[in-house]
Design a protein around this ligand. Sequence first.
Ligand code: CUA
Length: 338
Amino acid sequence: MRRGSVLALVGLGILAGGIAAAVAVLLPWLPTPASREAGRIDFVFWFVTVICIVIFAVVAAGILYAVLRFRAAPDDESDGPPTHGHTGLEIAWTLIPTLLVVAIGIVSAIVLAKNDALAKDTMHIDVTAQQFAWSFQYPEANGLTSGTLRVPVNRSILLTFTSKDVIHSFWVPEWGQKQDTVPGIHPTLHITPDRVGRYPVICTELCGLGHATMRTYAIVMTQKAFDAWLHGQTKATSSPNPSISGAAVFKNNGCESCHTLAAAGATGNVGPDLDTLPQSAQKAGQPLQQFVETSITDPNAYVAPGYPKNVMPETFKSLPKDQLDALVQYLIQSSKKG
Ligand code: CUA
């Protein structure tokens, strides 16, 4: 090969590689990782991406060079010269991809094993998914339940999932992992958050009419702030005279993702407006309290005109009686004010 040809090939390769690298680096494809697991996944991602960019540059340079250099003249109808294999080339293009794929496999296996390895002091949190809300239970804090996922930073955390109805999927983009929640089994996900902040929790499996509203937040706190929060919460739930807050029941069960209720700052519109409960009860021809309670525990018994059946989950009949009562009173009082 002449020196000019080699230079042209190298130049084309650098050009193609440069363009591919710019597309990979300049566009924000992935959020900044906020967990150790996501950091490792990010490493695999870039490991593979760099390999791909190099291969792309070599192939693009070869194609572009061949198109430009060996272009046939418009009136040239003759056959090209006969060629027959090239043992050296064939060994190279078999061996190099084999080594690369094996390397990717090894790196991925190491990352998967590290990501699944629980620490000795792993904190367990039970995650419940239902149409259309997430709730988080802390068995180490007497089963304290929260509508947002609060976790201390730099702590190994194992989430165990339960679905009350259909398949949902748990996703915090900054944590880089997804986990389907499948009714009947209890999959787990290991996370070690390493950046304090507030990140969206998104349901990423189409699970019904309110799927798009099935969101909450993961709040990563310093250990001190987390302890203070936990202390405040457990004190509230274990006080000798438990006054369960209907507002908390409303929030923890994700009612706000589907309903509007001014008192709770809720603006959902998948289900009926809860600020007009007295009028709705009148339309249904039921006393207000009975109407509200039945609408929660047996939602298909009466469905407000203009709304489809089977959208409101039937799972709320399993709410403990005291929580249900608190919720009903809260809704009645809020809607009368509103
Ligand atoms: Cu739950 Cu989509």
